[in-house]
Design a protein around this ligand. Structure first.
Ligand SMILES: NC(=O)c1ccc[n+]([C@@H]2O[C@H](COP(=O)([O-])OP(=O)(O)OC[C@H]3O[C@@H](n4cnc5c(N)ncnc54)[C@H](O)[C@@H]3O)[C@@H](O)[C@H]2O)c1
Length: 281
């Protein structure tokens, strides 16, 4: 693995680019929105400065990390020489299928295609390509430079050698791989999202205020962050999309996003990224 292309330069894409570039890989960061690329580079720079102030890296590491990242506004140009493409675009099945089909056309035939999807079927993403055996889920956690877990998802046709390669690569960037099967929401979000959704329902029923709900889960369950604060951090639009995908995937209304969540997303209250969610930022 030398060159890694990351498609989507939002919350997750910039973190994934940061981590690989810091480990010495060349990274092509791709987004259709120029502003997203600019913002991603600013975020990476800010996060590297934070690492310097904590003493975990030096100035030379910051410079080499930034030098390893190139930005592209088109998939066609950004993936041509890639050994691995990690897609981290918007959590929407149709968008991701279009992206996978495009990557498949332009990436080298031996290139592995991974998705950072939180919940969309890896098998279905693989099915739009001519290389389903080389398609795999690589679900990083937010914030990527800090969180150790990478949930690795095998599609129905993912080959053993591809899984082994991605497990080794995950270890090479000092993360811990956990391999799971391709079910809606996999493991992480299948368990996390119903909890967040229930916290939102309790809030809308007036059982308690946001701060108290979060305190109860932090103090009582030893969670480092309460569910409402975590939802703001993830992005309320991302939470809603994941719940919609699980509801459809399991054909079960127990995963239906809480009406308050739907309302907040419609109002553009998406959490930290828009400055307002369950809290103000
Ligand atoms: N936010 C989280 O905490 C979190 C955690 C784990 C996984 N994920 C997953 O990571 C993925 C990205 O989520 P995010 O929170 O970074 O989203 P985001 O909205 O912050 O960023 C998505 C980016 O994708 C870009 N994009 C959309 N269509 C594109 C295309 N055709 N080509 C190139 N770029 C395109 C957008 O311009 C945007 O910059 C999703 O699949 C999400 O489920 C998110």
């Amino acid at each position: 693995m030398n060159l890694i292309a990351v498609v989507g330069a939002g919350t997750m894409g910039n973190g994934i680019a940061h981590v690989f570039a810091q480990k010495g890989y060349k990274v092509n960061l791709i987004d259709t929105q120029h502003t997203a690329l600019e913002k991603a580079l600013q975020t990476i720079q800010k996060n590297l400065d934070r690492q310097i102030s904590k003493g975990s890296i030096d100035e030379a590491n910051k410079i080499s990390t930034l030098n390893n990242i190139s930005i592209f506004e088109s998939i066609e140009l950004g993936v041509v020489n890639a050994d691995l493409v990690i897609e981290a675009a918007t959590e929407n099945s149709e968008i991701k299928k279009k992206i996978f089909s495009l990557i498949d056309q332009y990436a080298p035939s031996n290139c592995i295609l991974a998705s950072n999807t939180s919940s969309i079927s890896i098998t279905q993403l693989g099915a739009v390509t001519k290389r389903p055996e080389k398609v795999i889920g690589m679900h990083f956690m937010n914030p990527v430079p800090v969180m150790k877990l990478v949930e690795i998802i095998n599609g129905d046709q993912t080959s053993l050698v591809v899984t082994e390669t991605i497990v080794k690569l995950t270890e090479a960037i000092n993360k811990i791989p956990c391999v799971v099967k391709d079910f809606p929401g996999f493991i992480a979000n299948r368990i996390l999202m119903p909890m967040i959704n229930e916290a939102i329902i309790a809030l809308s029923e007036g059982v308690s205020d946001a701060n108290t709900i979060d305190q109860i889960m932090k103090l009582g369950m030893a969670h480092p962050m309460g569910p409402l604060q975590l939802a703001d951090y993830i992005g309320l639009d991302v939470c809603k999309n994941i719940l919609d995908i699980m509801k459809e995937g399991f054909d079960n209304t127990k995963y239906a996003p809480a009406p308050l969540l739907v309302e907040m997303v419609a109002e553009g209250k998406l959490g930290i990224k828009t400055g307002v969610g369950f809290y103000k930022y």
